[in-house]
Design a protein around this ligand. Structure first.
Ligand code: SAH
Ligand code: F3S
Length: 456
């Protein structure tokens, strides 16, 4: 009798959130969650396809898990998440490397799947849905050990079709969750003692909900009135939970409105930090990427943010070495970074992923060593900017939410200010989850170092 299940997860926070959904579904069906692979009868591997490296890591992991199955502990192994639609399932089933494969929109069916596995009826279901399938499921938080900050997925999928990106194919069309359900999840987090909510979506700014349709494109095409957009949602949550911090990710430069920026400014509990991926500073490359904004529009948006919220921190995602990128395009990117001076960044070199528009239509022209060199240049420039940005906090007082013990020194707390910068300071009588005022006395390129001033 199968009873104990374990989930291991790769990729982004949206997968971690999905794990909480799966845990809820399985607990309701009398399965038991274990946090150790060797105690499980049923193992899920929640996968990521964003870059080749992510998928290679998972292929190796599947082989490793199979060696455990053979030598140490028998269990059923199932692949879920973004790779489910992409994996050569016939090969993996034939070689008996996987027992089942379930796509990101089919998790409600897992219990039936598991029951029917013996007669091999339902070992594969990767159908993507046009509706938000998990609207009435309140996620189980036992997966999340840090009881300070937790995430809520507000929309799933993406309609944007950037040419380098696999997400629209792995997660399907964009569908938003009802505000009522989101507020219920905020309440759950509040009652459990959490202090920070992170709203998640591939593109939070294009959140749009109306009870007549889950699909954004239907709401827009049919001109459905009285819909709730992202700024409405943000305002609702910040008013209802004034003692909780609110963060969100990811914003898309094409969809971020002035309205959202003004709401961030207006409410103290909305963190002054915006993650705004630009991917490339070159207009030509942005066009090839189908990003729907150009360099000037991006700069205008940044200027608006800086004017309205002068203390707002900014970060970005960037890809170096996209198809046909030249040294001139790369210099455009470096110059954009020099103009904005971001607080931090998430930097990648381009991975030519099967199934994407770019894979089908463009050649992966930039040699890997050049992609990596350009990436290193960007990393080094960012390091300089991060250091200078953090230096500006010296002698200021920052409001910090304590998240835990510093990894480098167990006598120090670790937390974040509103701008998402990491702050460490010597422990006194504070505890995890406290909001404290910290005087900043020093910095590295990644951390602010301070001392306790008072409780908030
Ligand atoms: N929805 C987000 C991005 C989600 S994917 C947005 O609007 O930007 C997270 C990041 O992974 C992307 O921002 C991009 O920088 C990176 N990424 C996506 N596809 C990639 C690829 N094929 N190669 C390298 N990096 C990629
Ligand atoms: Fe991917 Fe672009 Fe959407 S990066 S997730 S297709 S906004």
């Amino acid at each position: 009798m199968l009873k104990y299940f374990y989930i291991e997860s790769y990729g982004c926070q949206m997968n971690l959130y999905d794990n909480e959904i799966i845990i809820t579904i399985l607990l309701k069906n009398n399965f038991k969650y274990v946090d150790n692979l060797y105690k499980a009868d049923l193992v899920f591997i929640n996968t990521c396809s964003i870059r080749k490296k992510s998928e290679n890591t998972i292929y190796n992991r599947i082989l490793f898990l199979n060696s455990i199955k053979r030598k140490k502990k028998k269990f059923l192994l199932g692949l879920i998440g973004c790779m489910s639609k992409r994996i050569d399932y016939k090969y993996f089933f034939k070689k008996k490397l996987l027992d089942f494969i379930i796509g990101p929109d089919q998790y409600k069916k897992i219990p039936y799947f598991i029951k029917s596995l013996n007669d091999n009826r339902y070992s594969y279901n990767v159908i993507l849905s046009n509706e938000e399938n998990y609207n009435n499921i309140i996620p189980t938080k036992l997966y999340n050990k840090n009881k300070v900050s937790s995430f809520i997925t507000i929309s799933r999928g993406c309609d944007n079709m950037c040419t380098f990106c696999v997400v629209p194919f792995t997660r399907g069309r964009e569908k938003s969750k009802s505000p009522k359900n989101i507020i219920n999840e905020c309440k759950l987090l509040y009652n459990l003692g959490y202090k920070e909510i992170i709203l998640l979506g591939q593109n939070v700014d294009s959140y749009l909900w109306n009870k007549k349709s889950y699909l954004k494109k239907d709401i827009i095409n049919n001109n459905i009135k009285k819909s709730i957009n992202f700024s409405n949602l943000l305002e609702k949550i910040s008013k209802k939970f004034p003692n909780m911090r609110i963060r969100f990710s990811t914003s898309n430069p094409h969809d971020m409105s002035l309205e959202v920026i003004k709401i961030i400014k207006k409410y103290n509990n909305i963190c002054k930090y915006i993650h705004l991926p630009f991917q490339s500073g070159s207009n030509r490359i942005l066009k090839l990427m189908k990003r729907k904004y150009n360099r000037i529009e991006y700069i205008n948006l940044i200027n608006n943010i800086k004017n309205i919220i002068p203390d707002c921190a900014l970060s970005y995602d960037i890809i170096t070495g996209f198809c046909t990128e030249t040294i001139k395009d790369h210099i455009d990117t470096l110059n954009l970074m020099k103009y904005v001076k971001f607080d931090f960044g998430y930097m990648f070199y381009y991975s030519h992923i099967k199934g994407t528009y770019a894979y089908k239509n463009f050649k992966d022209t930039v040699p890997i060593n050049i992609k990596k060199n350009r990436l290193n240049e960007i990393i080094n420039l960012q390091r300089k900017h991060s250091f200078l940005k953090l230096k500006k906090y010296i002698n200021t007082t920052q409001e910090v939410l304590i998240e835990g013990t510093s990894k480098k020194n167990k006598n120090y707390w670790y937390g974040k200010n509103s701008q998402n910068s990491i702050v460490v300071f010597p422990k006194k009588k504070e505890k995890i989850g406290d909001f404290v005022k910290i005087k900043i006395i020093d910095n590295t390129s990644a951390t602010l170092i301070g001392k306790f001033k008072s409780f908030l």
